[in-house]
Unconditional design. Structure first.
Lengths: 225, 493
């Protein structure tokens, strides 16, 4: 049975709160650049969470997770986006979305409840996993919010942010329970994010070249007549 | 005989094919066909070894191939080979059809991507670790996005974007499920592999296992094309080149379904999870039923085959639920036969599209009188995929329904029968309109400049062999492999 000090639990809880706030920022921010900055902030919160857990649980593997997260999401992804859709992201352009911000926040609150109730029966069964009660519900809520962001936004770069916060959510939830991914899986996971970002970035470039914009909300030619 | 190197070699050959194709544009198609052919031979050899000596493992536990994996590996490698051969002439003819003065097809973009795409699909049944399987499945989307968008039109990019957004969203949802199972197996002192999961499952917390499964069902369900996460599938198939559709529909969607099938025994042996078969039957029947009705009102023949893929994914999922604890031979045979049959259908559809310059069913009539080989291929492919005798899918669907009725599963089996019949009628009706209708000479006259490419016809002829032969003869080693694979899904007692 692993015991951790209340201070570490409160630090982990504070980092989780930051993680949620940044996630909400990605979902509702009106400008693309702000959305990207919120995503970077959230990735830093994920890095911090991995460092806190690495220290509290004496797990070296989580230090690797922290390093991989920081390098891929805080450094590599913004660079890829600058290259793929620099004008769109850094031009302080407003992002279209299907719902207004108050309605989006309301839906996000409902998803938070759904996420919590989905994880609640699991938590009592996770004996000896002190941070699961903080990280697992937060992670699942972020996965749901990310999916909602993809559905909500009409802009390819903003939808990509949704996908990336989903991945942040999955990792935020899992670092509390999984500290032992094999080395090959960790390397593969580290390579995976930049590849995904690069390919999606290339696709965004193609969309902009062919349609003159990265707004995917206007791409609606394909359906049954 | 030392066979440890086989799984690694199966992945190494497509990688070499990709690198050679990238290095030499002119020879790119030939390097790819050669790599695909060697991969097919290696896959047959690996399946043979599994059938004769049991599961293969290698590279210090990095790879593991059992009967179900081997049975899935065969259609993947076969479709990779036929699709590579088909693409050589098809891409050329498609380029000529769209713009007469166009340059050569972009082989240097297409073939390296196709080789890497095949590599990651092949990795799904070969790697042992659950996290690596997830990475392989996610990368199938990444490497095929530009194959879907190959024609570089707004519609193709729209289809590729929808495909990437929806299936990546699914992958992220499944990721949390994968990592939960990672925890579950580790907590029970087991390795995060199929075998470890099965051993750990009885001791795992039921809420954890159930939540992980629900995340898999939604996440991998999006990639499989389960309704309502199916919307990317008809769009991607209507825009992607037919050679890509053959791989996407024939074997890529089944990669995620393979994951959903393999988790079933773990759910069934956990004492806290009651009747997991009901989840499979419900999700499967919703998918089959929706696809059957969508097939009635479809207007594009490539979309028609895409809806048929959705239907088959639903049939396999329902079959897994129906056959639970009894008999899963129909389920695994359906998974096996669908790959061969669907790729053949897309090969025929692709050539029909080139002949008429359109995919709209209403504008295509009298295909048999214009191009008999393609017309008959379309008719036979449609009958085969609809489950008519004497083709392979008839046997598997008959087996599934027989299992359901003989075990008293009257309601789900009755519904499945009704949906299969509706889909059969819809498919047969659409295919007969295309093949036998009176040719409209006023519009859509085929261009005399466009000839049906010989490599594509050859690939189609090769693809037809298993579709026909496996309907009435399955070699004894393959029969044994099907039996062994079915046992991996059956939960005794």
């Amino acid at each position: 049975m692993i015991t951790v000090s209340p201070i570490m639990l409160s630090i982990a809880g504070s980092v989780a709160a930051l993680f949620v706030v940044f996630g909400l920022g990605v979902m509702v921010s009106r400008q693309m650049l702000a959305s990207l900055r919120f995503f970077m902030g959230q990735s830093i919160a994920l890095t911090l969470s991995a460092l806190v857990l690495a220290d509290a649980l004496h797990t070296v593997n989580l230090l690797w997770v922290a390093l991989i997260t920081f390098v891929t999401k805080v450094i590599a992804v913004p660079l890829v986006l600058r290259w793929a859709a620099g004008e769109e992201v850094y031009g302080r352009r407003e992002v279209d979305q299907a719902l207004g911000i108050p309605a989006s926040v309301l839906v996000a609150a409902v998803f938070a409840l759904v996420g919590w109730f989905a994880v609640a029966p699991v938590l009592p069964t996770l004996h000896g996993v002190p941070f699961a009660v903080i990280n697992l519900p937060t992670g699942l809520i972020m996965v749901l919010w990310g999916a909602f962001t993809v559905a909500l936004r009409r802009e390819s770069v903003a939808q990509m942010m949704g996908l990336l916060i989903m991945e942040n959510g999955a990792f935020f939830g899992s670092i509390a329970i999984v500290h032992n991914l094999t080395v090959i899986a960790e390397i593969a996971a580290a390579v995976d994010v930049p590849i995904v970002a690069l390919v999606i970035g290339l696709l965004i470039r193609s969309i902009r070249r062919v349609t003159g914009s990265t707004r995917v909300g206007t791409l609606d030619k394909l359906h049954e007549h | 005989m030392n066979t440890e190197w086989l799984p690694a070699l199966i992945l190494l050959v497509p990688l070499c094919g990709a690198l050679l194709a990238l290095a030499n544009r002119r020879s790119a198609p030939y390097f790819s066909v050669l790599a695909a052919f060697i991969t097919l031979l290696l896959a047959i050899s690996a399946a043979w070894q599994v059938e004769a000596h049991g599961p293969l493992s290698g590279s210090d536990g990095l790879f593991y191939l059992d009967a179900l994996g081997a049975l899935y590996l065969l259609p993947v490698s076969f479709v990779y080979f036929t699709s590579s051969l088909y693409a050589i002439g098809y891409l050329w003819a498609r380029q000529q059809e769209q713009a007469k003065d166009a340059a050569e097809p972009r082989y240097r973009q297409y073939f390296p991507l196709m080789n890497v795409f095949a590599l990651v699909i092949l990795a799904v049944p070969l790697v042992a670790n659950l996290a690596l399987m997830w990475i392989a499945i996610e990368l199938t989307t990444v490497f095929s996005a530009f194959l879907v968008a190959y024609e570089d039109r707004a519609e193709a990019l729209e289809a590729a974007w929808k495909y990437v957004a929806l299936t990546s969203m699914g992958a992220m949802i499944a990721l949390l499920g994968v990592l939960m199972l990672y925890y579950g197996t580790h907590a029970a002192g087991q390795a995060p592999t199929w075998d470890g999961l099965l051993k750990a499952a009885p001791h795992m917390s039921a809420p954890l296992l159930l939540l992980a499964f629900v995340l898999w069902l939604i996440g991998f369900g999006a990639k499989t094309g389960l309704v309502p996460m199916h919307t990317w599938l008809p769009d991607a198939h209507s825009q992607a080149p037919a050679s890509v559709c053959a791989v996407l529909s024939g074997v890529e969607t089944s990669a995620a379904l393979y994951m959903l099938l393999r988790i079933y025994p773990a759910l069934a042996v956990n004492p806290g999870i009651h009747d997991p078969a009901a989840w499979y039957m419900t999700a499967g029947l919703i998918t089959v039923g929706s696809a059957a009705f969508m097939l009635i009102q479809v207007h594009d023949f490539k979309r028609m085959f895409a809806y048929s893929t959705i239907e088959h994914m639903g049939i396999i999922l329902t079959a897994c639920g129906i056959g639970a604890a009894v008999h899963e031979q129909g389920t695994v045979y359906q998974l096996f036969a669908h790959g061969f049959t669907k790729s053949f259908c897309f090969f025929a559809a692709g050539l029909a599209g080139i002949i008429f310059g359109t995919q709209e069913i209403a504008k295509v009539r009298g295909l048999i009188s214009r191009a008999p080989a393609v017309g008959w291929a379309l008719i036979l492919g449609t009958l085969a995929i609809a489950g008519a005798p004497p083709f392979a899918l008839f046997l598997s669907e008959f087996e599934i329904l027989d299992t359901g009725y003989s075990n008293g599963q009257y309601l789900p089996t009755g519904l499945l029968t009704a949906f299969i019949v509706i889909a059969f009628i819809a498919l047969a009706y659409q295919a007969t309109r295309i093949a036998f209708g009176t040719p409209d000479t006023a519009q859509n006259e085929p261009s005399p400049a466009i000839k049906i490419p010989r490599s594509s016809l050859a690939a189609m002829a090769i693809a037809f062999i298993p579709v026909l032969v496996f309907g009435f003869y399955l070699p004894p080693p393959l029969t044994h492999l099907v039996h062994e694979a079915a046992q991996l899904l059956e939960v005794q007692g």
